[in-house]
Design a protein around this ligand. Structure first.
Ligand SMILES: Cc1cc2ncn([C@H]3O[C@H](COP(=O)(O)O)[C@@H](O)[C@H]3O)c2cc1C
Ligand SMILES: O=C(O)c1cccnc1
Length: 362
C-alpha cells in the first residue's frame, strides 16, 4: 500500500451529503428550540456526513502520537533539552504522560510511534519503532529531510491510519512530541502562508521574550536559506518541498495521516499549533482533505490563531492549553461524544408529544 511516491495526491473521499441532510432534518425535530444546542448540533451533523450515517458515534477513538527530534534544536530555540523527546517515549508507554492519562480516561487506543530521537531509549513495549533517523537536519543549514525521509514520514502517518481503520476507529486523533517542533511548525507555516516569523513564533515550552526574539531570528535565517528553493512543479509539489525543507518527521507523519484518513473517509480531530500546521500542509498537498478535518482547540501558542484563521477553522475549545501530544484534541472528544448522544438519544416533538414552536407551524 502507498508504494508510489505521490500517493498523497490521490483523491480524497467525499462526505455523504444524504446522511448529513438526514441528520440536519433530525436536529430540527428534536425537543428543543431549533439551533439551541449551538455548535453541538453542527458537530453531530458534520460527523453524520463523515461517517455516512444519520446517527454518528465516537465510541472508538484512535490516538497516534508521533515522536521525533529536530536538528534546529541546536540553535537553542526551546526551553527544554533535546533529550526530553526520547525520555517522553517511556512516559507515553508508562502511562504517565498527559496524553496517556487522557487516552485511558477516554477508553481510546493510544498508538505511540518513534520516528527517531537523539536520546534513543531503545525498544519499549507499547512504542512502535518507525526509525527514520535520530534527528532531522538543522534547516538553518540544509533541508530538514531528504526526499526519502519525507516519504518515510508521510508513510508512517498513513500506516497509523491503516491500523486505526483495522481497529474500527470512528475518529482519528494525531499528536506530536519533538523538542523544538514549535520552531519547525512556525517556519513551515510562515513559508506556506507568506507570514513573518514574528507573527507566528511563540513561547513553545516557555521561552521568555529574549528567547522568542532569538527564535524569530533563527526562523528568518531558515526562510532566507530556503526561499529561492521552492523546487519545480505545481502548487502541491511546492508545498511538499516546503514541508521537506522546514518540517520534521513527526509533522510530516501527521500530514500523511490526515491525508490518508481523508482518502479513506475517516474523520480527524486536529490538536494544537503543530498539528494545525500539519493540517495546513495537508491542505496544501491535497485540498480535498479539508472536509475531513475537525479542529479541537485554540492553543495559547502565539501563531495558532493565525493558522486557524487561514484554515477557516472554528475550534471547539479555548482552554489556554499549550502542550501538544494530542492533549487538546483528547479533551474535546467528550464534547463530540455528547453531541452524538444528544443527536441520537433525544426524543422528537412527535415522540414526546411536545408542541412545536410557531416557526414550525408557519
Ligand atoms: C516534558 C515535556 C512534554 C511535552 N509534551 C509535549 N511537549 C510539547 O513541547 C514541544 C514543543 O515546544 P518547543 O518548540 O518549545 O520545544 C513538543 O515536544 C510539544 O509536543 C512537551 C514538552 C516538554 C518539555
Ligand atoms: O499548541 C501546541 O500544539 C503546542 C504549543 C506549545 C508547545 N507544544 C505544543
Amino acid at each position: 500500500m502507498n508504494d508510489d511516491a505521490s500517493w498523497w495526491r490521490r483523491a480524497c473521499a467525499q462526505p455523504q451529503n444524504e446522511a448529513q441532510t438526514q441528520a440536519q432534518a433530525r436536529q430540527g425535530q428534536l425537543t428543543k428550540p431549533p439551533g439551541s444546542l449551538g455548535r453541538l448540533e453542527e458537530v453531530a451533523i458534520r460527523l453524520a456526513g463523515l461517517q455516512g450515517t444519520p446517527t454518528p458515534a465516537v465510541d472508538r477513538v484512535w490516538i497516534s502520537v508521533f515522536a521525533a527530534d529536530h536538528g534546529v534544536a541546536a540553535e537553542g530555540v526551546s526551553a527544554f533539552p533535546q533529550a526530553v523527546t526520547g525520555e517522553m517515549l517511556r512516559n507515553f508507554a508508562g502511562g504517565g504522560a498527559a496524553i496517556a492519562v487522557l487516552a485511558r480516561a477516554l477508553g481510546a487506543h493510544l498508538d505511540v510511534v518513534d520516528l527517531g530521537t537523539v536520546n534513543d531509549p531503545g525498544p519499549i513495549q507499547g512504542v512502535r519503532r518507525w526509525l527514520i533517523a535520530p534527528c532531522s537536519a538543522n534547516f538553518c543549514e540544509r533541508a530538514a529531510m531528504t526526499p526519502a525521509q519525507l516519504q518515510a514520514a508521510l508513510a508512517a502517518g498513513a500506516d497509523s491510519v491503516r491500523r486505526a481503520r483495522e481497529h474500527g476507529a470512528q475518529l482519528f486523533v494525531g499528536g506530536e512530541m519533538g523538542i523544538a517542533n514549535t520552531t519547525a511548525a512556525a517556519a513551515l507555516a510562515c513559508a506556506l502562508l507568506g507570514r513573518a516569523p514574528a507573527e507566528l513564533a511563540g513561547a513553545g515550552t516557555g521561552l521568555d521574550a529574549h528567547g522568542i526574539a532569538h527564535k524569530v531570528a533563527v526562523i528568518e535565517r531558515a526562510l532566507a536559506l530556503h526561499a529561492s528553493a521552492a523546487g519545480p512543479g505545481d502548487a502541491q509539489a511546492v508545498a511538499a518541498e516546503r514541508l521537506r525543507r522546514l518540517g520534521g518527521f513527526e509533522i510530516a507523519a501527521l500530514t500523511g495521516a490526515y491525508l490518508a484518513a481523508a482518502q479513506a473517509g475517516l474523520a480527524v480531530l486536529v490538536d494544537g499549533f503543530i498539528a494545525s500546521v500539519a493540517a495546513l500542509a495537508a491542505r496544501a498537498l491535497n485540498p480535498g482533505c479539508e472536509p475531513w478535518l475537525l479542529y479541537a482547540h485554540r492553543s495559547q501558542e502565539r501563531g495558532h490563531a493565525a493558522v486557524l484563521d487561514a484554515l477557516q477553522a472554528h475550534p471547539l475549545l479555548d482552554l489556554g492549553m499549550r502542550l501538544g501530544e494530542a492533549s487538546g484534541a483528547a479533551v474535546a472528544v467528550p464534547l463530540l461524544r455528547l453531541s452524538c448522544a444528544l443527536h441520537g438519544g433525544m426524543a422528537t416533538f412527535v415522540q414526546a408529544g411536545v408542541s412545536t414552536g410557531h416557526a414550525e407551524r408557519a
